[in-house]
Design a protein around this ligand. Structure first.
Ligand SMILES: [Zn+2]
Ligand SMILES: [Zn+2]
Length: 337
């Protein structure tokens, strides 16, 4: 079968490999039907994040189950349409049961599809994907839905939800600031979900006009720089900028007992203003998201809350065009098999 691999920044290629097979009763094989490009992929492709030559790439997957192990067959059917989460998680270990599916104890830390991580789980832009824990991972979705319109729910909306959802539950009607940039879709989705979940004020800051326009379409107030924002004090702050100064600005924009989440932390840490953070009582979350744990609330925001992940795309290409689609300047792209 064919799968998409990373060669170097700005260049991808196809690799022919032996198709995966089932090796245990809890496993599944899924044939990807539509595959999205995550903000993270664009960071690999621009060279901002390192990836080794030859690593499979892509981790946003909606597909059709083609084979099931004996136990997995008690929960799913061949032919069923599912989301395959980007992260590998078993669903039953201590961490998974606590909702910390991004820190599953059954797999190497960081285990994922298509990110060059330990465990050799392959990539998501492929003719077949091996799912090691079908019951813990697979998320059934409506067969009759427009699956391209749901693409953002596979991965980036789960990352965005964790930065605003639990925080707005704890502080209903709170105010939200998103510092956008390096992870544009995740930041825009955080603003969109904040509005869906009842934030009283949602501000999105980004120097990119394209990104600001997308956030504005969801109803966010947008600004080019934090200095333009009136009353820059917020209950909930999302750092999606991937920039040291932006993280510092995000800390300064935190109000008392605010919750700040870095969804795209800078590679170089700022000189943290610890006393400011201490007196504000700032709660700072610096963590890989819990992708599988976020699927329930992200899907609920879509099905019950009116969150429209497709307001920003994706722009859809054919599977064969993936090597060029992944380099397309559109905010969000996908390929369809
Ligand atoms: Zn991702
Ligand atoms: Zn686990």
């Amino acid at each position: 079968m064919q799968r998409l691999i990373f060669i170097e920044p700005g260049r991808l290629d196809w690799e022919h490999i032996v198709a995966p097979i089932l090796q245990g009763p809890d496993e599944a094989l899924v044939r990807p039907k539509i595959m999205g490009r995550c903000d993270l992929d664009t960071l690999y492709l621009s060279g901002r994040m390192p990836m080794a030559t030859g690593e499979p790439i892509g981790h946003e997957i909606i597909g059709i189950i083609t084979d099931l192990g004996e136990n997995a067959a008690n929960h799913f059917k061949v032919g069923q349409t599912v989301i395959v989460p980007s992260q590998i998680s078993c669903g039953i270990c201590r961490m998974c049961r606590a909702g910390e599916t991004g820190r599953c104890e059954a797999v190497p830390l960081g285990a994922s599809y298509g990110m060059g991580r330990d465990g050799d789980y392959g990539g998501g832009v492929a003719e077949l994907v091996h799912v090691p824990f079908a019951t813990g991972m697979l998320v059934p979705i409506p067969e009759d839905a427009d699956h391209a319109s749901m693409m953002g729910l596979t991965d980036m909306a789960t990352d965005a939800w964790r930065a605003v959802g639990p925080q707005l539950d704890a502080r209903p009607g709170g105010t939200v600031l998103v510092m956008g940039g390096a992870a544009p879709v995740i930041g825009i989705y955080a603003a969109a979900l904040a509005i869906t979940l009842g934030a009283s004020r949602t501000v999105y800051v980004d120097s990119s006009e394209r990104n600001r326009d997308a956030a504005k379409a969801y109803g966010a107030e947008t600004f080019t720089v934090i200095e333009e924002v009136p009353i820059p004090s917020f209950d909930i702050v999302v750092d999606a900028a991937g920039d040291t100064d932006a993280l510092l600005a995000a800390i300064h924009a935190c109000g008392p007992a605010a919750h700040l989440t870095s969804v795209a932390p800078p590679f170089k840490a700022p000189d943290f203003p610890l006393m400011e953070m201490y007196y504000k009582g700032l709660n700072y979350t610096l963590a890989r998201p819990n992708c599988r744990h976020g699927h329930g609330p992200a899907l609920k925001a879509w099905s019950c809350g009116g969150f429209k992940p497709n307001l920003i795309g994706p722009k859809v290409f054919n599977f064969e065009e993936a090597t060029k689609a992944w380099l397309d300047p559109a905010l969000y792209v996908a390929v369809t098999a």
